[in-house]
Design a binder for this molecule. Structure first.
Ligand code: PAF
Length: 277
């Protein structure tokens, strides 16, 4: 496994690798990331993973400085997972000058996560396009845990005609249902015991939809009330269309229920897809 820190070395290393699949990460890797790599590996001769904590996608009050940097442990995991190239640039390699050209996603960037994290998807889309230009993969893998991120990047690739296939990967969960996330490390033992409720609430909404409920706003509000009763501070629970994350009509079949809520200090997100008969 080659560990590369500079853009020049990356370009030189990948010059002889026309068949790349790419898994971008911010490090602090867990089983969910390893699953992305397992999906990537059979698709190409060379699996490239980036580790880069992207300042552009963090708001001023978010945890950029505190975001866990676990480079040695990450590299050990990646080596074991059979990755070929790790690209771990310093910030000045990616942003040698202020990034004044940015990717402005559609209005989708203002919904849901975007309403609570202004500028987040602009920062994600900008760094991912830049990483795509450096790695030049034919495919890239993104977890559906960050559902809105996946939709924004899928739309970016389609609208800008990038020759890259975006491959979504299912969310990996702990045995009690909690979606794996780097931010779970911030949960106290008591919060960790409470945390699976987020997924349980989503499953309850899904069961109601499957049983015929179509009063989407009532479902959203009841789910938020249940979280609040158990000490959460929900930002949203929302039944949306899978295709564009807009409000569904009664005729829509492909739905996704998305949620974000704080439990103590950590803010957890999760979602669950539903395809109605
Ligand atoms: O999902 C992430 O870890 C990040 O948003 C990504 C895609 C690596 C861009 O910084």
């Amino acid at each position: 496994m080659d560990i590369i820190h500079s853009v020049a070395d990356l370009r030189a290393r990948l010059e002889r690798e026309p068949n790349n699949v790419f898994v971008p990460t911010m490090g602090n890797l867990h089983e969910g990331h390893i699953q992305l790599i397992d999906i990537a590996k059979p698709r190409a001769a060379c699996t490239v993973v980036s580790i880069f904590v992207n300042r552009l996608q963090f708001g001023p009050r978010e945890d950029f400085d505190r975001y866990p940097r676990t480079f040695e442990a990450d590299c050990a995991r990646l080596r074991e997972a059979g990755v070929n190239v790790v690209f771990a640039p310093e910030e000045k390699e990616i942003y040698p000058e202020p990034q004044t050209f940015v990717v402005e996603p559609s209005d989708l960037q203002y919904l849901l996560e975007g309403a609570h994290r202004p500028g987040h998807f602009r920062g994600v889309a900008t760094v991912v396009l830049k990483l795509f230009n450096l790695v030049m993969p034919h495919s890239a893998i993104f977890g559906k845990k960050d559902y809105q991120q996946y939709i924004v990047l899928r739309d970016m690739v389609r609208q800008l005609a990038l020759p890259i296939e975006i491959i979504p990967a299912e969310t990996v969960r702990a045995p009690d249902g909690l979606a794996l996330s780097s931010r779970n490390a911030y949960l106290s033992p008591e919060e960790r015991r409470e945390a699976p409720r987020l997924y349980n609430v989503l499953k309850k909404v899904r069961a109601e939809l499957e049983a015929g409920a179509r009063d989407f706003q009532r479902l959203d509000q009841e789910a938020m009330a249940e979280l609040t009763r158990h000490g959460w501070r929900p930002d949203y629970v929302a039944v949306r269309r899978q295709a564009d994350l807009r409000q569904p009509s009664e005729r829509d079949r492909g739905l996704v229920i998305l949620a974000a809520a704080r439990l103590g200090r950590p803010r957890l997100i999760d979602n669950i897809e539903v395809v109605l008969a």
